[in-house]
Ligand binder design. Structure first.
Ligand SMILES: Cc1cc2nc3c(=O)[nH]c(=O)nc-3n(C[C@H](O)[C@H](O)[C@H](O)COP(=O)(O)OP(=O)(O)OC[C@H]3O[C@@H](n4cnc5c(N)ncnc54)[C@H](O)[C@@H]3O)c2cc1C
Ligand code: FES
Length: 260
């Protein structure tokens, strides 16, 4: 169950321009968090960045009781977070959200991530006991490629694309995913990243009868299901309803979500 915690920063490293990895000491998160879950972080003590910011749990280390979050500076909240000092405490609520389904029935899996959407997928790959795991990661350019070593270790094959061709395939990561589908016959694909990428992955998965789970990174307000800032449309029989990404997600089955 999610708890309000004050946890100590064990390390804070810059991985790429504007991208930071923060390691937090937390027995509760390290021992209980499931892949796909996130923490809601209070980035500043003052009136600035009043609302908590949701950040995915990227990695857990049960032996050392630590977990990692990796974040890209987007605005004031993540800027404040990047300026925290090692040894100081961060106020977080977690672990939050519905996790990815990683149980044993899925033997061949693929993850497709773009930008900040790659972070929850590392924890998923590590938690999955699938026989074959492929990772498809898309970045804007070579400078922004992070966690390559970690994804290489956690997967059987890693595919990388960049928008400008400065590393890996030039173009969309979904191009590489389509190429592998016939050869690999995945049982499930998990995806997280920009909405156009998620829509494309879902389209490919449905066309090829592959099960698919999506993790949505909607903007959030309250983070507890009370404000509707994070609303997304989901199917309810022949009708539709609004679901809360913070409470009902962030992970959904692809056929539950209605993308406008
Ligand atoms: C479940 C979940 C998990 C997330 N995991 C991560 C993660 O692991 N690493 C990470 O870097 N980010 C993650 N995000 C996104 C992160 O929460 C936002 O980037 C952050 O809240 C921005 O706060 P800010 O104060 O820095 O920017 P703000 O000042 O609030 O906003 C600045 C700009 O950032 C953009 N922005 C704000 N929120 C989002 C969002 N949710 N998605 C995309 N763009 C946004 C908007 O364009 C906005 O104009 C996650 C979001 C969700 C919902
Ligand atoms: S963030 Fe307020 S309902 Fe989800």
């Amino acid at each position: 169950m999610a708890q309000v915690l004050k946890e100590k920063i064990a390390a804070l490293d810059k991985l790429a321009p504007g991208v930071f990895k923060m390691t937090l000491k937390s027995e509760i998160i390290a021992q209980t968090a499931l892949p796909g879950q996130f923490v809601n972080v209070k980035c500043s003590e003052g009136l600035n960045a009043l609302l908590r910011r949701p950040i995915s749990i990227c990695n857990v280390d049960r032996d050392s009781n630590t977990f990692d979050i990796v974040f890209q500076i987007k605005g004031i909240g993540t800027e404040y977070l990047s300026q925290k000092k090692v040894g100081s405490e961060v106020d977080i609520i977690g672990p939050l959200g519905n996790p990815f389904r990683v149980e044993g029935e899925f033997k061949k899996i693929a993850v497709v991530g773009g930008g900040i959407g790659i972070f929850p997928l590392l924890n998923l790959l590590k938690a999955s006991s699938a026989e074959h795991k492929d990772a498809f990661l898309g970045f804007r350019n070579k400078e922004l490629i992070v966690l390559e070593e970690e994804f290489t270790q956690a997967s059987d094959q890693l595919f990388i694309s960049t928008d400008d061709g400065s590393a890996g395939h030039k173009g969309l990561i979904t191009d590489l995913f389509i190429n592998e589908i016939d050869k690999k016959k995945y049982d499930i694909v998990y995806t997280c990243g920009p909405t156009p990428m998620i829509k494309k992955v879902v389209e490919i998965a449905h066309k090829n009868n592959i099960r698919c789970q999506v993790s949505l990174e909607q903007r959030m307000g309250c983070g507890i299901g009370a404000c509707l800032v994070c609303a997304c449309k989901t199917r309810l029989g022949d009708e539709w309803e609004y679901s809360h990404v913070c409470k009902d997600g962030p992970v959904f089955w692809s056929n539950e979500v209605i993308f406008d």
